[in-house]
Structure formats: structure tokens, C-alpha cells
Design a binder for this molecule. Sequence first.
Ligand code: DX5
Ligand code: ZN
Length: 215
Amino acid sequence: MNNIIVSPSILSADFANLERDIKLVEDNGADWIHVDVMDGHFVPNITIGIPVVKSLKRFAQKPLDVHLMIENPEKYIEDFAKAGADIITFHYEAVNPDKIEEFCNKIKSLGCKAGISIKPKTNQKVLIPYLEFVDMVLVMTVEPGFGGQEFMHFCAQKIPEIRQYGKEDLIVQVDGGINDITSKICISLGANSLVAGSYIYKSKDVKKAIESLRV
Ligand code: DX5
Ligand code: ZN
């Protein structure tokens, strides 16, 4: 047993059957449900937004882990929180660094956990001044925008330094190209939350796939 948080990404689910596909992972060991919000500006893809999060909240039993890949996230966090997000992660690259503390406090005052994420080209050192304000750091291990991409090993190498400077209960999450092999690499480097989309949803045995990420 360990305390790895597995957060299946519904980006790889069937969008016409989200209730079925969320139940599938919830019944088979998921801890959180990862919801990828993309705006076509911050990333070159458009996915889902506030009304969908609100609908998911009607049936989801597990916390909604909302990953905002959008510009001006500060404009929308209140709406996402009201819609039912439990964890709100925004991108360092999408905000004014001077506002990060205030922004994290706002997210927490809305009753959510606050996460900050960095893209592959962003150095982990930029996060050091803000680690005390966040509950989670999300280290992207692919360029954000699409599921099914290949894991970038150099991104995982950012984890130990984040662990070194982060508080003891900081959650370090990885997202992109996570499978039963890359999950081990990330866990050994200090990650304790794993997002996986295609690996889980394309597997024939979802329970086994989720279990295989933890050990
Ligand atoms: C990519 C998203 C991921 C995506 C991961 O921008 O943030 O959450 O769903 O997909 P896989 O696990 O297929 O790489
Ligand atoms: Zn994501």
C-alpha cells in the first residue's frame, strides 16, 4: 500500500458517455477525476468548460481535479469552483507571477486545493518562491494540448528539486505519457499523483491498469 493519487484523465474517455466512463474508473480504483480544460489559445486544442464540469459534478463521486490549460485563468476560477471543481490547477505560464500568491489564496478561499503547473520548457526553479502557497505542483511530462503523446523523460527530472523545496505535504503530480513504466520513474523521483488518460482508457482491464500505476 502507498498513498499515490491516481487521477484518470477523461480526455481519453468517450465524451458521449462521460457518466459511464467516470463510473468505470471510480469503480476500479481512481482517487480523483482529471478534467482537462483547454481554450484554443493557451494550447492548440479546445475541450470542455464550466457547464460540463457542473454536469459531471451531478454524478462524480470522486474529487474533480480540474487542469486549466487556458489564458487568464483568474477570470474563471470562481465559476469552476462553483461548478464543482475540488482541485484547480492553473499554468505558471498563463499568469502574472506577482499575482500567484493572491490567486492561490482565492482558490483556497473557494474551498478548493490550489495547483500550479509548468510546461516542458519551463524550468522548475521559477516555482520555488510560490511553493508555500500551493497544495500541488503539476509537472507536465508532455506538451499540453493532447492525449496519447510520448513521455518526456527530462521533464520528470524536475521533480526532485520541487520535492526538496516543497513542504512535506505538497502533492507533486505528473501528466502526460504516464503508463506502468513511466509511473515508476516519476514515483521514484518523488511524484505522488499520476494523471493517465490513454493508458487507462485504452486498457482492457481498467482495474489492473490503475493498480499497475501505483506499485
Ligand atoms: C494533456 C493533458 C493530459 C492528457 C494526458 O495536455 O493535460 O491530462 O489527458 O493524456 P495521456 O495520459 O494519454 O498522455
Ligand atoms: Zn491534464
